[in-house]
Design a protein around this ligand. Structure first.
Ligand code: PMP
Length: 663
């Protein structure tokens, strides 16, 4: 902790270590609390920032009165704890003072604990986080006082960073940034026992250590911060030293100036529509990423396939910078000299007749839906406003209103209706369901060859070929969404080529922009694309010269570096090595090429927790669909990097199988 403080430019002085004297428990405690409070008061008066390392939580009855005495006013307090610690001798089931300090700080309880010099805390400026174990009497007391209580269910609902933001506001009080001083009291038992076991009264299902580290990072630089306390570490229970190391890390994080600034700024100024892992990245090269503290990670996520060529591929960066100095955006009011080259190469490689360039994947899908509807009316002869599109349960095609209208995921839809009519969902992987769902109004069937966001779900062999045959027979368009699976990811240029399927329309995106820009496209046979006439559809940035130059070079790199074969070969190796681990937590390893899903048995381990552990060991990826770990490194990953990743995966999965999560 001292080293972390110095690293961040602080001077450190060690205070006294106090031990309880001998004699009767309560008088000994009273003397200890008074001596401790006097030390804290002196420290604050000398303009130092006290960092109290307990002891059990009863020490808090001295710390915060001591702070208040120095400030001549009670500080606000963020109290992170599994328990309420708000018993009095009249309500306690155990008579243990470590269950009483918070009540004492409000003036309730025995004189030994309440009689320390300093003001009572103001309950309106006290906030508890991480609660999951209490008795009714103490809960009633805190509620009556008006203390803010955030239990684990609330933390799970809002996310710890959001709760921490509320907590800062509460603890600073009405003066806010202009004055409200506050401190933090951290009971290690707030943390999940898997992460911190060496505590006296553990309670299951607590805060993830990693997430707590993130929100604590840099907290001392928050305006008004005046004192910190960490308690309930029991070295006798800490045989392997994990909890002790974590305690040090938590305290050191308070002084860390690196990532916090970014994470807080994003929380405060941004929308909360993502829940990123607690890592702030600032540099990427190839398959490696570095965070703001200089830690290196292997990227096994590739930005959902957008970084299939690795980070800042030199040829792509060169194409980008050269084009940026010539011509970038002119809109489609005019021709530019790059777009035709890109369209020609893309259609030649895929064997599709023509392509319509857009920016993001969802635009490619929207384009496909519009084309299919208009084709349905104008070519197939479906009555006006009567076309139907069939899609699959578990799909992910993007987030526009029309597209979430196709989703079977309740959260994606909730609150965003009404949705366009004319859509129908069938189970994924069941060709006979498609045949049964087709009506004379059906214009198109939209499907991902492998469902990416749905959990890397691979349909039974022959599925797509059967669907293609059914569509053809019923004069229904087959449109494949290859935004994630396309451009070599699965070991073929297009994933539909695994079954020699030639669709009527293809959506491409992500990797097409070379990991540098959003570039997507809808590819189609001529008859379908020709339903669009000037003014029907378009986008200001779609097909701009800069995007076209980068996409053109990306397609060239894909071929020149033989990345499709590489994805097939390295993907096979990764899957085989994962299967050979015979890990008890792993229910299934599936996927094609370098799009791999590791299904974690939820009764044995938690996929999100495994991803946090992987991150700690230097491998970045995210869980998908709660129980699946996505493994999708750049197609350019070296064999040595792949081996390093397999090694980390092996260690973390092995550890997860030894320490079952189900408490
Ligand atoms: N389709 C598929 C299959 C996808 O995986 C995604 C993105 N995950 C999209 C469409 C949407 O792409 P974008 O985020 O670029 O809009």
């Amino acid at each position: 902790v001292e080293a972390a403080c110095r690293r961040n430019g602080h001077r450190v002085e060690r205070g006294d270590t106090l031990f309880p004297g001998s004699g009767e428990r309560w008088p000994v405690l009273a003397a200890l609390l008074r001596a401790h409070a006097a030390n804290v008061t002196r420290c604050v008066k000398e303009d130092h920032l006290p960092v109290v390392i307990g002891g059990d939580h009863s020490i808090a009855a001295g710390t915060w009165r001591g702070v208040g005495a120095a400030l001549h006013q009670p500080p606000g307090l963020i109290w992170i704890d599994a328990h309420l610690d708000a018993h009095t001798p009249a309500t306690t089931p155990s008579n243990n003072p470590h269950g009483m300090p918070l009540a004492a700080l409000f003036g309730h309880g025995s004189l030994e604990m309440t009689g320390v010099d300093g003001p009572d805390l103001d309950p309106k400026r006290v906030v508890l986080i991480g609660l999951r174990s209490w008795e009714a009497e103490e809960h009633a007391l805190l509620e009556k006082l008006g203390v803010h209580l955030y239990d684990m269910a609330t933390v799970a609902r809002h996310g710890l960073p959001t709760i921490m933001r509320y907590a800062l506001e509460i603890a600073r009080g009405p003066d806010g940034l202009d004055g409200g001083l506050f401190g933090i009291s951290l009971d290690l038992d707030a943390i999940d026992p898997h992460d911190a076991s060496a505590v006296g009264t553990p309670a299951a299902h607590g805060l993830y250590a990693n997430e707590l580290l993130t929100v604590l990072r840099g907290l001392v630089y928050e305006p008004g911060f005046c004192a910190a306390e960490l308690v309930e570490y029991n070295p006798r229970l800490d045989v392997a030293g994990h909890s002790g190391r974590l305690a040090v890390e938590l305290l050191a994080a308070l002084f860390d100036q690196g990532a916090t600034a970014c994470e807080y700024a994003e929380q405060i100024h941004g929308a909360h529509n993502y829940a990123p892992l607690p890592v702030v990245l600032s540099y990427g090269r190839g398959s490696s990423l570095w965070d703001v503290e200089g830690r290196r990670y292997l990227d096994f996520m590739s930005a959902y396939s957008a970084v299939s060529f690795g980070h800042s591929h030199p040829r792509l960066v060169a194409a980008l910078t050269a084009q940026a100095q010539r011509l970038t955006v002119t809109s489609r009011a005019f021709h530019n000299d790059r777009l035709p080259l890109m369209l020609a190469r893309l259609t030649a490689m895929t064997g599709m007749d023509c392509a319509l360039p857009v920016n993001t994947g969802l635009e490619a899908v929207e384009t496909a839906l519009k084309a299919a509807r208009k084709w349905g009316e104008k070519i197939k002869g479906i009555a006006r406003d009567n076309t139907e599109i069939i899609a699959c349960e578990g799909n992910f095609h993007g987030r526009s209103i029309a597209i979430v209208g196709l989703s079977s995921e309740a959260q994606y839809r909730d609150g965003f209706g009404p949705y366009p009519a004319g859509t129908r969902l069938i189970p994924f992987g069941d060709a006979s369901a498609l045949e049964a769902a087709i009506t004379p109004h059906t214009a198109a069937f939209l499907v991902e060859p492998i469902q990416g966001e749905g959990g890397i779900r691979v349909p039974p062999e022959g599925y797509l070929a059967a669907c293609a045959e059914i569509c053809k027979r019923h004069h229904v368009l087959l449109i494949v969404d290859e935004v994630q699976t396309g451009l070599g990811r699965t070991g073929k240029l297009l994933a539909c080529q695994h079954e020699h399927v030639k669709p009527d329309g293809v959506c491409l995106g992500k990797a097409l922009g070379g990991g540098l820009l959003p570039v997507s496209a809808f590819l189609a046979k001529r008859e379908l694309m020709d339903v669009f006439t000037p003014g029907d559809h378009g986008s200001t940035f779609g097909g701009n010269a800069l995007a076209a130059a980068v996409a053109l070079e990306a397609l060239a790199v894909l071929e020149d570096e033989h990345l499709i074969e590489r994805a097939e070969r390295l993907g096979r190796r990764l899957r085989e090595r994962l299967k050979a681990m015979h890990n008890a937590c792993v229910a299934e390893v599936r996927g094609k090429g370098l799009l791999i899903g590791v299904e974690i048995d939820p009764a044995r381990a938690d996929a999100h927790r495994i991803c946090l552990k992987l991150m700690q060991r230097g491998l970045l990826t995210k869980d998908v669909h709660e129980t699946v770990i996505r493994l999708a490194p750049p197609l350019t990953i070296s064999e040595a990097e792949l081996e390093a990743g397999i090694h980390i995966l092996g260690e973390v999965l092995e550890e997860a199988s030894r320490l079952p999560d189900a408490a």
